[in-house]
Unconditional design. Structure first.
Lengths: 177, 411
């Protein structure tokens, strides 16, 4: 955590004053201040946290998701925030169910663009408003979202047709450059 | 932060992949990679060229994706350690140490002092090998082949030292929860001090060859500039950030292990271009040598693994001698470490920047989630912005200075 606050309680109080009742729950397990916020409010929360004078958590160092199947809501999308100068850190989480979308924060942080693409690739969670939501690590014809708990590690993928694109003959298939 | 958001429309990736835009047919559409000698690790850059200028490009990682996170969820915590070797495979010890630190945070395990010093020593050795692996090929790609050979020879000495410590050059799996796997070999201090002398000679020679070299300077100065605001928005850390003048180094700002006991400088550049990145890395090698010498002077005697049978295997002599140790050994090998349910994030200043592990435990012996925060992937996201409008000949140096390591980027 480090940074500007003497105690965890002071830090939590500042966060509650800023974010109010968009906070669903909080904990500080192993010293990592963590807030769960309402999914619809996450972009606003991150924007406020980045701008707030005492916090300025303006670096989104990590964006990932966790699958808690069979719990509902099934997924948590986890954001790690940091201030380069004070080393203040915060973890923000939102809980979403299968099929529920999360507002994008790629308009606030350039780092979110690729990281949200990876979460979409691995978990199938859609980020509303993302300008370019397509797979990033896996190939476009991949079926399924492998980090989901109901995707078997040994699952086989279908064999693909060779991408033998000849401009005078065919139009390229969808999703392929 | 609000300064970055005004320019997003032009810098965030277009809603359409650039190659499928209507006017793309005017330009030459080529693939650079994934099988290309200068895109280290497998990355494809699809570029639209207007003569020598890159009009737009799409950076396509993922050709080395091996499912690290999925595998980690299927293995006991200790069995994930060999997978971490293969993340940033030019500084594997750093990955080992970072992963061990994350598990230690999650499970609340202490590390004895000697083990902390050993971790610092191997981490700094890894920093030097990583920087040599970045700068050597980067120079070769600009035509300075001798520099590559000098750096590779110096790196060879370091890998031989690592082999003496861990038994392997790259697949080290050296860290354990609560310490390290085995102690340093005899006369390690003498050997390391000799190698540090050789490193100093190589850095001096490379400095003489390149720093004021007309060709090198012209090819690197003013190329690939990213401002500090951009870097903050892209969450770039490490030498790329420091080259732009931001003095952030986790070893100084969020000291972990025993880094607060050493004197060293945080190397900072000015303009954030390729030349400054090169110089930052070169100087960081010398700062790592400083830390290594201090660590060798200060390292105490003592155990190298915490004496707590919930996490650390008992010594083999005891396993064969008394039943309690046998039971502890059995329990640890069969069921492994079982941290209390919860989550933890721990990070180190790896040679590439902030390397973190976010672990979620459900109380069982296997992680529910093992996320690597991969600096290479996050930094590669800046490549498109640096390439648009640049010359095709600048692609290789820019890409080289990002030091994208495929194993860490694609995981």
């Amino acid at each position: 955590m480090a940074g500007a606050f003497e105690t965890g309680e002071a830090y939590l109080a500042a966060l509650q004053a800023l974010l109010g009742d968009t906070i669903v729950s909080q904990h500080a397990h192993r010293g990592d201040m963590t807030l769960v916020v309402q999914t619809s409010a996450v972009a606003d929360c991150l924007e406020k946290l980045a701008a707030a004078p005492g916090l300025q958590l303006d670096v989104l160092t990590d964006l990932t998701a966790v699958d808690y199947l069979p719990r509902t809501p099934r997924f948590e999308v986890v954001y790690h925030l940091l201030n380069f100068g004070t080393s203040l850190r915060l973890r923000i989480k939102v809980q979403v169910d299968d099929g529920e979308a999360v507002p994008t924060v790629s308009n606030l942080f350039l780092s979110a663009n690729w990281m949200e693409r990876e979460v979409y690739d691995m978990y199938g969670i859609v980020f509303d408003g993302h300008p370019d939501l397509r797979r990033i690590l896996l190939y476009p014809e991949f079926e399924g979202h492998p980090l989901r708990k109901d995707y078997a590690k040994e699952a086989a993928q279908p064999r693909l047709e060779l991408r033998d694109h000849r401009p005078w003959r065919d139009t390229p298939p969808e999703g392929v450059g | 932060m609000s300064k970055a958001s005004t320019d997003f429309a032009s810098r965030n990736v277009a809603a359409e992949i650039p190659m499928r835009l209507p006017d793309a047919a005017e330009y030459l559409h080529i693939n650079i990679g994934p099988s290309h000698p200068a895109t280290h690790g497998t990355v494809k850059v699809e570029a639209l060229l207007d003569h020598e200028t890159i009009v737009d490009c799409d950076v396509d990682p993922g050709y080395l994706h091996r499912g690290f996170e999925k595998e980690a969820e299927a293995h006991p915590y200790i069995q994930v350690m060999p997978y971490t070797d293969r993340l940033n495979y030019v500084s594997p010890l750093t990955n080992n140490v970072a992963y061990a630190m994350a598990v230690e945070k999650l499970a609340d395990i202490e590390v004895p002092e000697r083990a902390e010093y050993i971790r610092v020593i191997v981490s700094e050795i890894s920093r030097i090998t990583d920087h040599l692996t970045c700068l050597g090929p980067a120079s070769m790609e600009l035509g300075a082949f001798s520099v590559f050979l000098y750096m590779v020879r110096a790196r060879e000495y370091l890998w031989q030292l690592i082999e003496e410590i861990c038994g392997a050059r790259m697949t080290t799996s050296y860290a354990r929860f609560g310490g390290v796997a085995q102690d340093l070999p005899m006369n390690f201090g003498g050997a390391l001090r000799w190698v540090i002398g050789e490193i100093h000679k190589v850095v001096r020679d490379v400095d003489i060859l390149l720093t004021r070299n007309r060709i090198f300077y012209d090819r690197m100065r003013g190329i690939g500039i990213l401002t500090a605001d951009d870097l903050r928005s892209y969450a770039v850390t490490g030498p790329l950030l420091r080259a732009a003048g931001v003095a952030r180094d986790m070893r100084r700002d969020e000291p972990y292990s025993v880094y607060d006991r050493f004197e060293f400088d945080v190397v900072v550049g000015e303009r954030g271009d390729n030349y400054d990145r090169y110089m930052v890395r070169l100087e960081e090698i010398l700062q790592s040598c400083r830390i290594l010498e201090q660590a060798l002077d200060q390292i105490p005697d003592g155990p190298i693994l915490v004496d707590d049978r919930r996490f650390a295997l008992p010594p083999k002599e005891e396993v064969y001698a008394n039943i309690e140790s046998l039971m502890d050994h059995f329990k640890l090998v069969m069921h492994g470490l079982q941290p209390a349910a919860g989550e933890a994030y721990a990070a180190v200043e790896s040679p590439n920047g902030e390397l973190g592990f976010y672990l979620v435990s459900d109380g069982s012996g296997k992680p529910l989630k093992c996320r690597v925060r991969p600096p290479s992937f996050i930094h590669l996201a800046t490549l498109r912005q640096q390439l648009v409008g640049a010359q095709i000949a600048d692609l290789v140096p820019i890409f080289g200075q990002i030091n994208m390591i495929g194993g860490e980027c694609d995981r």
